[in-house]
Design a protein around this ligand. Structure first.
Ligand code: NCD
Length: 305
């Protein structure tokens, strides 16, 4: 990959995506067989927001490649609490590690921090902005279940604040994909994302109801309402629980429909679906390890290794 940092999914060309997915497939066969790839490499984890999957799968990936992590820990226990700027934190941490994974509540934070460091920096979520490494594992999962060309996908839930949605929608414009966005009017895609998709020539439709479009979908990507981003709890209450998938919903879907979710889920997917062949969200989460191994391998110069 020609990038030093991975900040938004807009940077990812089809060739970049294929390079990561191809390498991830090599790692997926036996993730434990690659500890000679980057012995001693150190990855800094700087998470200014909660995380389970992203943080732990990056940690697993670094260790599977023979490396290790250093973790800033909770914001409350760091110098951020004393008033340190993100730029200063980034400048200090780059001296400790070979790469940085950053999650931050402010949109644009990863780009700003990347301007202060020379080691590769991965945006692991910047507010309601982007989450490109999640997109790579989403694409890997879509590819495994339905293929990435001639695909019809429904993306449902909080399209306004959902950074996984913004990144995925952009990345899908590299492929022959029909994208159907399903949300309440108040949570539709931000204008800037709609504009970018239009500029990229994306095949996009927006809906307020899943029913009409469900039967034609190969993949349904469900998302959580991003409660923490709502300026007002009342606004959240108005839309909470509106888009919920259960076995009855799926009766109208193709038998092969792959139901995805970046997780965590709250109540968007009834657990009764978990055991069905449609449920791919736990595999999707597990795919985070080989995909992040591939991403780190490429960012750390795996082609020269
Ligand atoms: C997502 C995120 O942080 O944006 N989680 C994740 O990384 N898998 C989705 C979410 O929090 O709803």
């Amino acid at each position: 990959m020609r990038h030093d940092h991975l900040l938004t999914a807009k940077q990812l060309s089809r060739a970049d995506i294929e390079a990561v997915l191809g390498r991830a497939r090599e790692f997926a066969d036996d993730p434990a067989a690659h500890a000679d790839r980057h012995p001693g490499a150190l990855l800094a984890l700087c998470f200014f927001e909660p995380s389970t999957r992203t943080k732990m799968s990056f940690e697993t990936a670094a260790k599977r490649l023979g490396g290790d992590v250093i973790d800033m820990g909770a914001v409350e226990d760091s110098s951020v609490k004393k008033g340190e700027s993100l730029a200063d934190t980034a400048r200090v941490v780059e001296g400790y590690a070979d790469g940085i994974v950053l999650r931050h509540p402010s949109q644009g934070a990863a780009r700003m921090a990347s301007e202060f460091v020379d080691v590769p920096l991965v945006n692991a979520g910047d507010g309601a902005g982007h989450h490109p490494s999640q997109t790579l594992l989403d694409l890997y999962t879509i590819d495994e279940n339905a293929g990435l060309d001639d695909l019809t996908i429904g993306i449902m839930g909080d399209l306004k604040y959902g950074r996984t949605v913004h990144s995925l929608a952009h990345a899908l414009t590299n492929f022959d994909v029909r994208q159907h966005f399903v949300s309440p009017e108040s949570l539709r895609l931000p204008r800037s994302v709609r504009y970018d998709l239009h500029e990229a020539g994306a095949n996009v439709r927006e809906h307020e109801d899943l029913d009409a479009v469900l039967p034609e979908l190969d993949v349904l990507y469900v998302t959580r309402i991003q409660r923490e981003r709502f300026p007002d709890e009342e606004e959240y209450e108005k839309v909470a629980g509106q888009f919920r998938i259960d076995a009855d919903t799926l009766a109208a879907a193709s038998d092969d429909l792959a139901v995805m979710h970046p997780l965590p889920r709250i109540d968007e997917i009834d657990p009764e679906i978990d055991a069905s062949s449609n449920a791919t969200y736990f595999d999707q989460a597990h795919n985070g390890v080989p995909v992040r191994m591939a991403l780190l391998d490429l960012l750390l110069g795996g082609d020269e290794a």
